[in-house]
Design a protein around this ligand. Structure first.
Ligand code: NAP
Length: 279
């Protein structure tokens, strides 16, 4: 890609001011000496379709979409990647040279990569995996775990019907467990994953008794604000290995940056320091 061209990308959400994506992408733009900018795009749900259809006219190479647009944005796409279709949501849009909008979902890739970065010998089939939550993050993570070879996923969600819907779509490897059974659901697992918004800044804490969780289990939280949720602090205290949600955010950004700016960027210690400084 020509270094002369000024490339624009951004993140569309509502609210979106909290997003760390501009910090990540603008760091890479500077690091790779590219001409461009990654901006916040606060767009209300009623304007989503028009805003997406306007990307080409505004000269955008594409954008990320975040809460609450990940599902609705699919309707404005000319093409959606099969994995994103299965997930039922997109988080990345790439404007094609003819103006067509292509939708992708890199959240699952980002999640799996963050676990591999933290634990090089991690295997999805090392034992049962308990997943809390059945929202957008859960859909991306559960499907990616299955594609990675997971054999037994115990899925618990406050609203059980949403977990049941997800299990029906993703097949028998996903077993729905009642939310009230969440202590017993930790017994014998190789991994525990929180994909609910509980524990996130501004939300109530996830109250979970970890007494049944094996000390060998890896505990991960999709949340990255704060970097250490109460769940992760609790797990670390009793000796479990933990992974926070920042690696997922950083890793999902890499293929998006490559699609827009033409360079597959690295997650360097400098970037980690820059990001850590924003918390
Ligand atoms: P979402 O689609 O709105 O789903 C929210 C989930 O949280 C649902 O399962 C919901 O259960 C559950 N929940 C909310 N309040 C609850 C409560 N009081 N008790 C029990 N469960 C509760 O949101 P999402 O997009 O999946 O995001 C979930 C979290 O993942 C957020 O904190 C987000 O920041 C994080 N995330 C991180 C990344 C990353 O890159 N690290 C990417 C995506 C998301 P119900 O179905 O019962 O409402």
């Amino acid at each position: 890609m020509s270094s002369e061209k000024f490339i624009l990308a951004g993140v569309m959400g509502h609210p979106v001011a909290h997003s760390r994506s501009p910090v990540i992408h603008n760091h890479w733009i500077a690091q790779y000496k590219l001409k461009g900018s990654y901006v916040l795009l606060p767009v209300e749900p009623t304007h989503l379709y028009d805003a997406l259809k306007g990307l080409k006219a505004l000269g955008f190479a594409g954008c990320n979409v975040t809460i609450p647009h990940k599902v609705e944005a699919m309707k404005a796409m000319d093409w959606v990647h099969p994995v994103a279709k299965q997930m039922g949501a997109i988080n990345t849009i790439v404007v094609q040279s003819d103006g067509a909008l292509h939708g992708f979902n890199n959240d699952g890739y980002g999640y799996i990569q963050s676990i591999k970065d933290a634990k090089a010998d991690w295997k999805a089939n090392a034992g049962p995996i308990t997943v809390l939550g059945a929202g957008g993050a859960a859909r991306a993570i559960v499907l990616s775990l299955i594609n990675e070879g997971a054999t037994e996923i115990r899925l618990l969600n406050r609203t059980k019907s949403k977990a049941e819907e997800l299990a029906e779509e993703f097949g028998p490897k996903v077993q729905v467990v009642d939310w009230n059974e969440r202590i017993n659901a930790l017994s014998g697992v190789a991994m525990l994953i929180n994909t609910t918004s509980q524990g996130m800044h501004g939300q109530s804490e996830l109250e979970l008794n970890l007494s049944e969780l094996p000390l060998t289990a890896l505990v991960s939280d999709a949340i990255y604000i704060p970097l250490e949720t109460k769940l992760l602090a609790q797990a670390k205290m009793r000796g479990n290995a933990t992974v926070n949600g920042l690696g997922m955010l950083l890793n999902q950004a890499r293929p998006a940056f490559q699609a827009w700016f033409g360079v597959l960027p690295e997650i360097t210690p400098e970037l980690q320091t820059v990001i850590a400084g924003t918390f």
